[in-house]
Design a protein around this ligand. Structure first.
Ligand code: FES
Ligand code: ZN
Length: 459
């Protein structure tokens, strides 16, 4: 039996009726799902109340049938592409997002007696990483998946955020990808994993296929398939069991099954070329609901076999001079180590100041050199704020043009930010750093608010 039977009872349905679930993705894309009865009976079981509709067919389903369809798709994909078997040790990389949460849940339900290992990589992206780690821990507890957490700042001495100090400042996602891939294969080796399962879904694969195609990168295209065999000894096989599921349906799956999901998007979310292509595919699918499957079938059944025949793989791997890991890079260092070297050349990598540091700083001689901004609600600012603080609306984060316009007059100054928890101000700091401003976040704002009165008297 490869699908579970979960029935949505009336009480659960009533609780969820008209509840709009929202999910904000990296890159500011928003997904919404309103759980409500869709009228009539489920098209599959003809018994239950339908609450969700498939995106690729006009099929209204109850929760149980929707789950069964997704589980069947994953089961068939795993079997068709011979992704893993009972003897394998399978790592599942978790991010706190809907895709990896659904992947882990689906695999645990479908293959209860297989050996799975959850892995979370804390990238040190301020509040986002902490929140995601908490979510991943909750998920693993819920689905009883053993979890291994690797903390990048603690283990390697740097965080992804620090790349805002380098010329990669507006390409953080791509640096992040290089670092993640490197550490994932290192962890897979250390944990003795033979297979790595990732949450790449139908939309991910299609947008990557088209991006590579438009770039004429046929070698990478050839390597991109639902299963990637190891390229050198000791490397784990990489599999994508969700490659037949549209992204939006994974979101529905995660919400219907009440999986813990991170509530905020990565502050580095960039609109990459692949994301733009994803929007385009989405547009084309509005006219033809099966478009995504047609495209996938052309790639898998026609184009990839052709590429495999035509393109001869002659990649030579040699050990990286710095870390010793096999690399195909033309340089002596692997891509990961080249980026780390770049980071090491930057001396002052500070994004946050403590209250004491700020006090010392603000009472120093160079008052002209800094400006402090309050990004809380205006009424709270009016009730009491740090001396000399200017109020700005948090909405500026959503509008890059306005953001640049607002801060242009302060181009040469050091910009300091604070809010209630330090989270919003951190987002401002990161965003402005990426735009070339010198910004800092005030850490532990609660300490500041306790002292606002005293400060106002003193200044
Ligand atoms: Fe890597 Fe956002 S998670 S940059
Ligand atoms: Zn290296």
């Amino acid at each position: 039996m490869y699908f579970s039977t979960f029935y949505i009872d009336l009480r659960e349905l009533l609780i969820n009726v008209f509840k709009v679930m929202q999910y904000i993705k990296c890159g500011a894309e928003k997904f919404e799902f309103e759980i409500k009865p869709l009228g009539g009976l489920c098209k599959r079981c003809q018994k239950e109340i339908p609450v969700v509709s498939l995106t690729t067919q006009n099929l209204k389903l109850c929760k149980s049938c929707f789950n069964a369809i997704q589980e069947k798709r994953v089961y068939e994909t795993v079997k068709k592409f011979r992704m893993f078997n009972k003897e394998d040790r399978i790592g599942i990389f978790l991010s706190g997002g809907k895709d990896s949460a659904s992947l882990a849940t689906l695999l645990k339900r479908l293959f209860p007696d297989y050996s799975f290992q959850g892995i979370y990589l804390n990238l040190g992206i301020g509040y986002y990483s902490e929140y995601a780690e908490k979510t991943v821990r909750e998920l693993c507890e819920k689905i009883e998946l053993p979890l291994f957490v690797y903390n990048l700042p603690k283990e390697e001495g740097f965080s992804i955020d620090e790349f805002v100090f380098t010329n990669f400042r507006d390409k953080i996602c791509s640096v992040c990808g290089v670092i993640k891939r490197y550490l994932f294969s290192k962890m897979a080796k250390a944990l003795g994993l033979t297979v790595i399962a990732t949450g790449h879904h139908l939309d991910d694969l299609l947008s990557t296929y088209l991006t590579l195609f438009f770039n004429g990168d046929f070698l990478s295209l050839k390597r991109l398939s639902p299963v990637n065999l190891p390229l050198y000894p000791g490397q784990a096989k990489k599999v994508k069991p969700l490659c037949q599921i549209p992204e939006r349906e994974l979101f529905y799956y995660a919400i219907l099954n009440e999986l813990p999901l991170e509530g905020c998007a990565c502050p580095h979310g960039e609109i990459t070329p692949a994301k733009k292509i994803k929007f385009l595919i989405e547009e084309l699918s509005k006219e033809n609901r099966t478009f995504k499957y047609q495209l996938m079938s052309v790639f898998l059944n026609k184009f990839l076999p052709l590429l495999k025949e035509e393109i001869k793989e002659e990649t030579q791997f040699k050990p990286c001079l710095r870390c010793g890991e096999p690399t195909a890079s033309a340089n002596e260092l692997c891509n990961h180590c080249r980026r780390i070297e770049l980071l090491e050349r930057v001396k002052d990598r500070r994004l946050e100041l403590t209250f004491e540091e700020w006090l010392k700083y603000s009472q120093g001689e160079s008052k002209e050199s800094w400006v402090i901004f309050d990004v809380r609600e205006k009424e709270d600012y009016l009730k009491g704020a740090l001396p000399e603080a200017k109020w700005i609306s948090k909405d500026l984060l959503e509008n890059e043009r306005e953001l640049i316009k607002t801060f242009k007059p302060f181009r040469d100054k050091n910009l300091l930010f604070y809010c209630y928890t330090g989270r919003l101000s951190y987002f401002f700091t990161l965003k402005l750093r990426k735009l070339g401003f010198k910004a800092y976040n005030l850490k532990h704002p609660e300490e500041i608010f306790n002292k606002v009165d005293t400060l106002q008297k003193n200044v």
